[in-house]
Design a protein around this ligand. Structure first.
Ligand code: NAD
Length: 497
């Protein structure tokens, strides 16, 4: 819990001493080229920091250092129980610096401070801690062999991992990768989004303070097409883990094929259906969840419930409930603890969202809530949570990931039709079903081609459950013990006795 007021946060923002350099082998350093880029706040357009703009030369240095550190065994050969103890300290330090990290996150990408502190920072510490706690409780296998043989099936760290992450949950997406990658003994190079590099840069020092050896976690801020591409094409990166758009995810697979066939694990985009049947147990609760599913984090959520599928027999009753519920999601200054909708990450993203709102009008959908940029006088990038009714699944606002607070409402008449519309997308990240009929809930959940399905709620889950996508939403899974698969190679050692 934090009891800081908006004035407190504003004051702390003035006092922040923001680090913008890259971090290699335990120390901050400028990009080899000396290049920097400006990190602007979407809250009000203020200049936050100049940040190192890394490129190929920095990637070379970071990968060489990560490889040498891995080969030295200083982390990779440490007993799991020892790695656990250090990572638990790392999680503690993230929590102890929670207010500072939350402030950096909010200033950098515009999300409400209450969420940065209560969701992102605490979720990040939890991700590190959960993986740390798991690592000394996992056993390898002994194969079923003949009497005079011994077959060992063991897991080894892959080696050098590059983690390229997005801007919508900068610290948390990084932590979902760092937790299992570090716990299993790898060396990691973290490449945060150029739109939100500050928390990644900050936690590099916290890792050192916790006792993670230098070179185990290097952080390279910079653009995707420069340093991101250099890491993805690097011949000495063993595994590339990514969260971001489907477009870039596909490009990374090409880079892997063009280079060393590094393993590529992708968490990509979504266009998630939220299906409300007429027999939903509580229509008001379903409407409130539908509003939250598109307004939370300004709709900049890979699992945003951006397609609301409503059974036609209740649609006239249900849509006004959603319109009412979305009024409680109001854009405001994200440093105010009462704000629940902050600024979109930058002007480019805001204009993208506004162009989709225009596409909704152009394609004949009916605007029933929001639809405008607001708080322009602040210098920030704020857009009202927006609802279009009368959408069909072929319209652009129903097909393409907007990654902003724009909801498309689509009617249906039967469970079969609902599932057909829900699955009629290139994505398969998440879906939800609202019904009080147990069989309908299970049958619909089974029929949905998505990595997460929620019943009578939206966005449930925790570190114990895998998270990831079917189809073009990605491959592999973050969270849960299954995530360890991405960071380990299986080895069979066969011994003649
Ligand atoms: P993005 O794909 O534009 O960028 C993601 C990262 O890739 C950034 O660090 C960027 O610098 C880097 N990058 C860009 N071009 C690159 C290149 N050519 N080579 C190497 N790296 C490159 O995505 P974004 O706009 O930062 O994030 C939004 C997207 O992330 C949405 O599509 C959203 O659905 C997705 N996302 C998915 C999940 C999930 O778990 N499935 C979670 C959060 C966000």
């Amino acid at each position: 819990m934090t009891t800081l007021t908006r004035a407190d946060w504003e004051q702390r923002a003035q006092q922040l001493n923001i680090e913008g350099r890259a971090f290699i082998h335990g120390e901050y350093r400028p990009a080899v080229s000396g290049a920097t880029f400006e990190c602007l706040s979407p809250v009000d357009g203020r200049l936050l920091a100049t940040v190192a703009s890394c490129d190929l030369a920095d990637a070379e240095a970071a990968v060489a250092d990560a490889r040498a550190t891995f080969d030295s065994g200083v982390w990779s050969r440490l007993a799991p129980v020892a790695r656990k103890a250090i990572m638990l300290r790392f999680a503690d330090l993230i929590e102890q610096h929670g207010e500072e990290l939350a402030l950096l996150e909010t200033l950098d990408m515009g999300k409400p401070i209450s969420d940065s502190y209560g969701i992102d920072v605490s979720g990040s510490a939890r991700a590190i801690r959960w993986n740390a706690e798991a690592i000394d409780k996992i056993y390898d296998e002994v194969a079923a062999t003949a009497h005079d043989e011994l077959g060992l099936v063991t897991r080894e760290p892959v080696g050098v991992v590059a983690a390229i992450v997005p801007w919508n949950f900068p610290l948390m997406m990084a932590s979902w990768k760092l937790g299992p990658a570090l716990a299993t003994g790898n060396s990691v190079i973290l490449k945060p989004s150029e739109k939100s590099p500050l928390t990644a840069i900050r936690i590099a020092q916290l890792a050192i303070d916790a006792g993670i050896p230098a070179g185990v976690l290097n952080v390279l801020p910079g653009y995707g097409h420069t340093v991101g591409k250099a890491l993805a094409l690097h011949m000495d990166v063993d595994t590339l883990v990514f969260t971001g758009s489907t477009k870039i995810a596909k490009q990374l697979m090409i880079y892997a094929g063009e280079s060393n066939m590094k393993r590529v694990w992708l968490e990509a985009g979504g266009k998630s259906p939220n299906i409300v049947f007429a027999d939903a147990p509580d229509l008001k609760a379903a409407a409130e969840a539908a509003a939250g599913a598109i307004a939370f984090n300004q709709g900049e959520v890979c699992t945003a419930g951006s397609r609301l599928l409503v059974e036609n027999s209740i649609k006239a009753q249900f849509v006004p409930l959603v319109v009412e519920a979305i009024k409680t999601w109001k854009p405001g200054n994200p440093l105010d603890p009462a704000t629940n909708v902050g600024a979109l990450v930058d002007t480019t993203q805001m204009n993208n969202v506004l162009s989709y709102i225009q596409a909704g009008h152009d394609d004949g959908a009916t605007l029933v809530a929001g639809g405008k940029r607001v708080l322009e006088e602040t210098g920030g990038t704020y857009v009202e949570p927006t609802i279009f009714d009368g959408v069909n699944n072929a319209m652009r606002i129903a097909k393409e990931e907007i990654f902003g607070p724009v909801l498309s409402v689509i009617g249906f008449d039967s469970a079969e039709e609902a599932v057909a519309i829900a699955n009629d997308t290139i994505y398969g990240l998440a879906a939800a079903v609202w019904t009080s009929n147990l069989s309908k809930a299970h049958l619909t959940a089974k029929a949905l081609r998505a990595g997460s399905v929620w019943v009578n709620q939206y966005d449930g889950g925790d570190m114990t459950a895998p998270f990831g996508g079917f189809k073009q939403s990605g491959n592999g899974r973050d969270k849960s013990l299954h995530a360890f698969d991405k960071y380990t190679e299986l080895k069979s050692t066969w011994i003649k006795l």
